[in-house]
Design a binder for this molecule. Structure first.
Ligand code: GLC
Length: 451
C-alpha cells in the first residue's frame, strides 16, 4: 500500500471509527455541573512555536526537520513567564477554568517528563511550567485543564503521515519502515499517566486530535482511536482522575463536543441527543503566538460569541498564545480586559445560564437561569423593544448593567399606528421602553424576572 492511498479499507482512520471502538463504553464523567455552570475558560497555547512566532503548526508548514526545530528548544528562556499573572488575567476576565498545552503536535513537553529528554527541563529555562501553572491556577480558585496532543512530530516512532513535517520526504517509506505506532502509543499513555498522577487534581483534558481518510480533505496515513488506544487511554484517565471531563477528539465519544473556530447555530446534538459542547476560539485565527497576524477579533465580537454560545447551551474556551518571553501580547490583554469589564456587570447572565425555551426577536439572544431571562441586545433599538410571547410571563424588567427599571406594557393588538400612537403587536407581545442612549457597555443586557 502506498502512503497516499487514502481509499484502503484498512486504514487506521477507518479503524478509528470501527464499531469496536464505538460500542465499548467507558463510563461518562460523573459530574459535569461545574462545566455547564462556568461557561467561560481560557485556553493557553504555549510551547517552542512561540519563538518561531508564526503559528503553532510552523514545523508542519515549513516542513522542518526535528534537528531544525530543536533550535527553539536551545533558545527557550521565557524570562517574563509568571503563571500567577496568567491565572490572575484569566480570573479578571471572568474565566473559571484554564487549559494549558502540556505538549502540542511538535512533541515538546512543558513538564518534567521522565519519558523523554525533549522537555522544558532541558532548555535554558529549566523550570516545570506545568507544575507552576497548576499551582497558580488552583491558587486563584480556577479549575485546571490540560490540552495534550495525540500527534507527535518529534517522536521517532510516530509514523509519518499527511500532517507530518516530513510528509514530502522522498524517503518517507523507508523512514516509516522503522516506526512502530505501538511504541509511540506506550509513550503517549505513559505521559498521560505522568500528567494525571503527578500534578494533583486535574479537572479537564483536551486530547487533540484524530484524523484520516473520511475528511473533507483526506489525510493519508491518518490516525484514530486504535492508534491512540483510545478506550484504554480514556479508561486510565477516569481511573486516575475520577472527576475529570475528557473531550471528544480521541476517535471515540467523550464528555463534551469541541467545535473549533466556528459558532454552532443551535444547541448541539449527537444522534439526536443534546450534548455538552464548548467552542474553542482564537483571538486572531492562530493558537500559538503569531507576531505578524493582526486579524484580531474585537472585544465586543468576543463577548457576542460568548453570549451566542451560552444562548445555545455552549461554553467558550478563548485562546491566548503567550509570546517567546512568556507574556501575553497587548491585544490579548485588551481582549481579556474587555471581557472582564463586561463580565463584572453581566456575569449573572452567563454563569449557570443556558438556552431558553422562549424565542428572541431579531438581533437579540436569550440566556436563561431559573426564572431569570436575559435579553442580550446586539443592536440598540429606538425606545421600544417588542418581545413576542412574553406579555404574561414577566414580573419585572431592568437593565442589568445598572439595575434600572424598564417600563413594561402590552399594546392592544388591535390598536392602529397613527400620530404619536404606536401600533399593536401580535397578541402576547411584551413591549419594553428603553432609554434613547444605549448603556455604555459592550453588549447591553435586560434582566427579566419571570413569573
Ligand atoms: C487543532 C489544531 C491546533 C489547535 C487545536 C485547538 O486541531 O491542530 O493547532 O491546538 O486544534 O482546538
Amino acid at each position: 500500500m502506498s502512503f497516499d492511498d487514502t481509499s484502503a479499507a484498512s486504514s487506521p482512520a477507518d479503524r478509528a471509527t470501527s464499531d469496536l471502538s464505538r460500542t465499548s463504553q467507558v463510563p461518562a464523567a460523573p459530574d459535569t455541573a461545574w462545566f455547564t455552570h462556568d461557561r467561560l475558560g481560557l485556553f493557553v497555547h504555549w510551547g517552542l512555536y512561540a519563538l518561531g512566532a508564526r503559528h503553532e503548526w510552523v514545523m508542519n508548514r515549513e516542513r522542518m526537520s526535528v534537528a531544525d526545530y530543536e533550535r527553539y528548544a536551545a533558545h527557550f528562556d521565557p524570562d517574563l513567564f509568571d503563571a500567577h499573572e496568567w491565572a490572575a488575567a484569566a480570573k479578571a476576565a471572568g474565566m473559571r477554568y484554564v487549559v494549558l498545552t502540556t505538549k502540542h503536535h511538535d512533541g515538546f513537553c512543558l513538564w518534567d517528563s521522565a519519558l523523554t529528554e525533549y522537555t522544558v527541563m532541558r532548555t535554558p529555562f529549566g523550570r516545570d511550567v506545568v507544575a507552576e501553572f497548576v499551582a497558580a491556577v488552583r491558587e486563584a480558585g480556577l479549575k485546571v485543564g490540560f490540552y495534550h496532543s495525540l500527534l507527535d512530530w518529534h517522536h521517532p516512532h510516530f509514523p509519518i503521515d499527511g500532517h507530518h513535517p516530513l510528509r514530502d520526504d522522498p524517503n518517507v517509506a523507508e523512514l516509516n519502515a522503522g516506526r512502530d505506532v505501538a511504541v509511540y502509543r506506550e509513550y503517549l499513555h505513559g505521559q498521560v499517566r505522568e500528567l494525571l498522577t503527578n500534578y494533583g487534581r486535574i479537572d479537564y483534558l483536551f486530547f487533540d486530535f484524530s484524523y484520516g481518510a473520511d475528511e473533507a480533505t483526506p489525510v493519508w496515513g491518518g490516525k484514530g482511536a486504535d492508534d491512540w488506544g483510545a478506550r484504554d487511554l480514556l479508561g486510565m484517565a477516569r481511573r486516575l482522575q475520577p472527576d475529570i471531563l475528557v473531550n471528544d477528539r480521541l476517535g471515540i465519544p467523550g464528555d463534551f463536543v469541541t467545535p473549533e473556530q466556528y459558532q454552532p447555530d443551535r444547541p448541539l446534538e449527537v444522534d439526536g441527543q443534546p450534548v455538552l459542547w464548548e467552542a474553542c476560539q482564537t483571538l486572531n485565527g492562530s493558537w500559538g503566538y503569531d507576531r505578524d497576524n493582526t486579524d484580531y477579533k474585537s472585544p465586543e465580537l468576543l463577548i457576542r460569541m460568548l453570549i451566542d454560545g451560552v444562548s445555545k447551551n455552549g461554553n467558550l474556551l478563548l485562546n491566548v498564545g503567550p509570546n517567546g518571553r512568556g507574556a501575553f501580547d497587548p491585544h490579548a490583554e485588551q481582549a481579556l480586559a474587555g471581557l472582564g469589564e463586561w463580565m463584572r456587570l453581566h456575569g449573572r447572565a452567563i454563569y449557570g445560564a443556558g438556552v431558553s425555551a422562549h424565542t428572541p426577536p431579531p438581533d437579540v439572544r436569550y440566556t436563561q437561569r431559573g426564572n431569570r431571562l436575559y435579553a442580550h441586545l446586539f443592536a440598540w433599538p429606538f425606545e421600544t423593544l417588542h418581545l413576542p410571547g412574553l406579555a404574561d410571563e414577566v414580573e419585572y424588567a431592568q437593565l442589568l448593567n445598572d439595575g434600572s427599571e424598564l417600563k413594561m406594557r402590552v399594546i392592544d393588538p388591535n390598536a392602529t399606528a397613527q400620530n404619536l400612537t404606536q401600533g399593536g403587536q401580535p397578541a402576547g407581545t411584551l413591549t419594553l421602553t428603553l432609554p434613547v442612549r444605549r448603556p455604555d457597555v459592550a453588549v447591553p443586557v435586560i434582566e427579566m424576572f419571570l413569573r
